[in-house]
Design a protein around this ligand. Structure first.
Ligand code: CA
Length: 416
């Protein structure tokens, strides 16, 4: 990096939202309209207010695009424009440029704002791209000797999920009910799941449409990624175990997934590229890639019982992913399936090699065999009613920190 940028906005040390990040989100204050904002420190830059001051006039953007309940229309302007908006805000917030300092309506305290689902999500696909997670689950659900199925290292396995139940951080979820086959039983029962789990994932937002029939090359795939969020793919392991053969996840997964409200752009993550794991066997040509396509994003999961304190139960990293996002897009479009602005593609559970880096309770407790003891003395095999699960993530290099904030949700008892 050239010279270190600093901002005239007070940014707390270790803030996720320094001047090099500037993620996009949708906020509102009181019962006012939803607008597009950019996070800086503990504040939000109201982009509509900035547009009204004519700062974006040279970009020829209709300022109404910033007065919107979702980011889709803004993202649809294309990366050349959205990148310029972000860089212009970076310039306006830097110490060398203080023309916004005395504008009273531009900055909003995050504590005064409500954050909303940032995207009107079209389609949602969930991959299964961590070799450690797939191996752990394969050992527990199937065969310890052949944990990975024969296709796993040849293609990024995924399923089509459901977008209707993707919710923003802070919204509580209900314990799902469903069919469960108890051990030793001959017939299933219908009951509230007793094995509700989180899955530590990251999602990325598609920023450019493809046409049906078109396939995206790995070399071009990042042009199609607007940015990333933290993603908790809530799962019901007992329902999953009974239903998932032969067509894969269904009701065990689609009752809820939580995402963080701020979308960190791929440009902000640029300094944190790293080499991915070696892929052996060699992949087919359309999945080959060059360059650094993994990202060093430190991740943590915390479990907070009702009236209790947070307990960190996992420390993982996005860099562990076996299949990278460019390969996931190339594979997803390899048959001509079109992707659209506002689609979310999630990574799958992100587990590392160390047992404390596993990204789900089923792995951390090894299917409940080794419960986790919380600081209040209680034990957890899975998630209890009124527990809150909080995921956080950030990148750090040479004092530059780019973070994702958090995604949190409390599990409520089953809805009657
Ligand atoms: Ca998942």
């Amino acid at each position: 990096m050239d010279k270190i940028l600093t901002s005239w906005v007070a940014i707390p040390e270790d803030s996720d939202f320094g001047i090099y990040n500037l993620p996009f989100g949708i906020f509102s204050v009181g019962n006012k309209e939803k607008r597009i904002g950019i996070a800086i420190g503990n504040q939000i830059v109201d982009l509509y207010a900035v547009a009204k001051l004519k700062y974006f006039d040279d970009l020829k953007i209709n300022k109404q695009v910033f007065r919107a309940p979702f980011l889709n229309d803004f993202i649809n302007l294309g990366k050349p424009i959205t990148t310029k908006v972000r860089l212009k805000i970076q310039k306006l917030l830097s110490n060398e440029n203080s023309s916004l300092i005395n504008e009273s309506n531009v900055l909003i305290n995050q504590l005064d704002a409500t954050m909303h689902l940032p995207i009107e999500i079209g389609d949602y696909t969930d991959f299964y791209s961590s070799v450690e997670h797939a191996t752990n689950v394969g050992k527990m659900f199937r065969d310890p000797e052949n944990a990975l199925l024969p296709n796993w290292k040849h293609l990024p396995v995924a399923y089509h999920g459901r977008s209707s139940s993707i919710i923003v951080s802070g919204k509580d979820i209900y314990r799902p009910k469903g069919q469960v086959m108890q051990p030793e039983a001959k017939t299933p029962v219908f009951q509230a799941s007793t094995r509700v789990d989180f899955e530590l994932e990251m999602g990325f937002i598609i920023g450019k449409n493809t046409t049906q029939g078109q396939s995206v090359k790995t070399a071009d795939a990042e042009d199609y990624i607007f940015g990333k969020v933290l993603f908790n793919d809530w799962s019901a392991r007992d329902i999953q175990k009974w239903e998932y053969v032969p067509l894969g996840p269904f009701l065990a997964k689609n009752f809820a997934s939580s995402i963080s409200p701020w979308i960190v752009t791929l440009e902000a993550l640029e300094p944190f590229r790293v080499q991915g794991p070696k892929q052996d066997p060699k992949v087919l040509t359309y999945l080959e890639y060059s360059g650094l396509k993994n990202y060093d994003i430190r991740l943590e999961v915390s479990l907070q019982p009702k009236n209790g304190e947070e307990n960190i139960v996992s420390n993982s990293n996005f860099k562990y992913m076996y299949w990278n996002m460019s390969q996931q897009i190339a594979h997803h479009t390899s048959n001509g399936c079109n992707i659209n602005v506002g689609d979310i593609l999630a990574s799958g559970t992100i587990s590392g090699k160390a047992p404390n880096s596993y990204g789900s309770m089923i792995e951390l407790t090894w299917a409940g065999k080794h419960p986790i003891t919380l600081s209040n003395g209680e034990e957890r095999k899975f998630i209890n009613d009124f527990d809150t699960v909080i995921m956080r993530g950030y990148c750090k290099k040479e004092n530059i920190r780019v973070g994702f904030g958090e995604v949190k949700a409390q599990l409520l008892p089953a809805h009657n």
